[in-house]
Design a protein around this ligand. Structure first.
Ligand SMILES: NC(=O)c1ccc[n+]([C@@H]2O[C@H](COP(=O)([O-])OP(=O)(O)OC[C@H]3O[C@@H](n4cnc5c(N)ncnc54)[C@H](OP(=O)(O)O)[C@@H]3O)[C@@H](O)[C@H]2O)c1
Length: 558
């Protein structure tokens, strides 16, 4: 059930799936159980409203306590272990990358050392030495911050593949864009996800622009097809990088710009700092006023051709967005950065009534799945940025050695319901950071131990069994329904034997208690005690859970 719900959660992030495990005797204290159920529902509701994909969705009620699962690296606590030795090392080192570990492999967050692959870089990839990177917002295709897969960075090209070379990039170029992987002193990305930094832009400023600017260009120029003389209403938080990017790109097209401001102070800031005419600033009062009435008054009751919104979304922005849907002109376009709007404020009926279009733009999906559009958006928007004049963005900078503090700063701002603005890590020249040695997997050499791998011979199970053998395991059992008859069984056992490991295959069905008990009895009668179990059995039937037939589900779950 746990696995099923985890999969469902990954397949459809708009739904909330929460698991609360109750003990069999829960009815003995129904009042307490009900209070925990309400508590869990409230926690998950708040987490969902805050867009916290990384929140706790799994709970177990036992011994009158509500538990949440946490995984800690295995270690032998019976021995006195020396403290992990933290070394101070230079952030930038030739031929070596330092990679941020969030404390999963290690017990605390820190940089770990990472040997760069020596083999040639892939044709479409570029490696950069990062001189600045943005840690906010946390970005991944799955939207969960423990899984950061892409982030904004600026740096100097150190290696590049053939496509990048033939398309005008070279070693030593100062570039910025969206890079892949964990925060690192050297990062890799597709050549289409970076562009040269315009003259006069520092690494730190350059690391704060790629996503907002590429998204604004793609949304306004490609998706909304904003034309000279058309009108656009920008709903981004005032003074945010998204607002600045939308303003720069929309002004460049020659459109008339309207802005929503939540307070008088924001309205004044738009006038003073961004030279927006006073009558183009519409007071939304935190989403409570009717923005449509204000737009209609300014546009002869026609509405604006384009509304640009997101990435949202506190409740106030959602109600603002809902209200703004009525201000889109006939055949107009509402484009939202991010994909949170449909559930949180977009009034499709109001748009449909005026033959208007609703579209989402997610710059990470663009980088991943439409490299040409990403390249165009990044390059064109950086040209617009360097041609026009905007006062510098408000950026909070931390040195690389304070990355942990920067992440805490963002979390604190979020808890207080605010937004930390752009938070940039800018390693200082010659800066040293704390580097933690990479955690070693536990040793497996104990001759008085058996390791049980449940799963097939040729898939992950077989690979894990051989990995165990190569790490010194002496007794390994691989168990699956047809393990012994598998055509690769003999070869795998032979390979393990060459490493000094007795690898045995047993036929059995782990989904049947009777079969499993018999197999365990057989193992304990003939082999040393089981000291480790890896579950690698699976039945593959690929389709999203919502489109599965009951028979398919039954096959998988039984
Ligand atoms: N391969 C990857 O790259 C990868 C990556 C990430 C995660 N995973 C996950 O790792 C798991 C294993 O993947 P895989 O690629 O190794 O799959 P696989 O090649 O299909 O192996 C799974 C094996 O499980 C065995 N099995 C199925 N039902 C069983 C049961 N009731 N009792 C005992 N054994 C049973 C099957 O062998 P018999 O028919 O002989 O029973 C089957 O060969 C899956 O959950 C998969 O989603 C795989």
């Amino acid at each position: 059930m746990q696995g099923l719900l985890r999969t469902a959660r990954l397949e459809d992030a708009t739904k909330t799936y929460t698991l609360l495990d109750l003990p069999q005797n829960w009815a003995e204290n129904p009042g307490l159980v009900v209070s925990h159920i309400l508590d869990v529902l409230e926690r998950t509701r708040i987490s969902k409203d805050d867009g916290l994909a990384s929140a706790d969705w799994e709970y177990a009620f036992a011994d009158s306590i509500l538990h949440v699962p946490r995984v800690y690296p295995a270690r032998d606590r019976s021995k006195d272990e020396p403290e992990v030795e933290v070394l101070l090392q230079s952030f930038h080192q030739p031929g070596r990358a330092l990679v941020w570990d969030k404390g999963v492999a290690l017990e605390k967050p820190g940089f770990v050392d990472y040997e760069l692959p020596t083999k040639a870089i892939a044709d479409n990839m570029v490696e950069i030495e990062t001189r600045a990177f943005s840690v906010d917002p946390p970005n991944s295709l799955g939207g969960r911050d423990e899984d950061v897969v892409m982030y904004e960075a600026a740096g100097v090209v150190t290696r590049l593949g053939q496509y990048a070379l033939t398309n005008g990039l070279q070693v030593g170029d100062a570039v910025c864009g969206v890079v892949r992987g964990p925060f690192a002193s050297r990062a890799q990305t597709a050549w289409t996800s970076i562009a040269k930094i315009p003259d006069g832009l520092s690494f730190s400023d350059a690391a704060s622009v790629p996503m907002a600017y590429a998204a604004a260009y793609h949304a306004l120029v490609r998706v909304a097809r904003l034309q000279k003389g058309e009108s656009v209403l920008i709903l981004h938080p005032v003074d945010s990088q998204d607002m600045r990017a939308a303003l720069a790109v929309a002004r460049h097209t020659g459109a008339y710009l309207f802005f929503a401001a939540a307070t008088e102070a924001e309205a004044q800031l738009l006038v003073d700092r961004y030279h927006v005419p006073t009558d183009h600033v519409l007071l939304s009062r935190g989403g409570s006023s009717n923005i449509t009435a204000a737009v209609m008054e300014k546009t002869n009751s026609k509405g604006v051709n384009v509304v640009m919104a997101g990435p949202t979304i506190p409740a106030s922005s959602a109600s603002l967005l809902r209200s703004a849907c009525g201000s889109v002109a006939r055949f107009g376009r509402l484009v939202e950065i991010g994909c949170g709007g449909l559930g949180k404020g977009v009034n499709l009926a109001a748009l449909a009534a005026r033959c208007a279009t609703y579209a989402c733009v997610d710059v990470l999906q663009l980088a991943e799945h439409d490299d040409q559009a990403m390249k165009e958006g990044l390059e064109a928007s950086l040209r617009i940025l360097s041609d026009g004049y905007l006062p510098p963005a408000t950026v909070t900078q931390f040195p690389a050695s304070h990355l942990d503090r920067a992440l805490r700063h963002i979390r604190q701002q979020q808890r207080q319901g605010g937004h930390a603005g752009k938070v940039i890590i800018a390693p200082q020249y010659g800066e040293s950071v704390k580097v933690l040695p990479r955690a070693q997997p536990p040793p497996l050499e104990d001759g008085n131990a058996t390791y049980l791998v449940v799963g097939g011979v040729s898939g992950l199970g077989g690979a894990i069994a051989l990995w165990m053998a190569s790490r010194g395991a002496k007794n390994v059992v691989v168990l699956s329904r047809n393990a012994r008859g598998h055509r690769q069984a003999a070869a795998v056992a032979e390979e393990a034997a060459a490493k000094g490991c007795r690898l045995q295959f047993l036929d059995g069905d782990v989904s049947t208690e009777e079969s499993l008990v018999a197999l365990l009895a057989q193992i304990s009668a003939t082999l040393p005690p089981i000291r480790g179990v890896v579950h690698a059995a699976s039945v593959l039937d690929v389709s999203a859970i919502v489109s599965q037939k009951i028979g398919m589900l039954a096959d998988i779950l039984t």
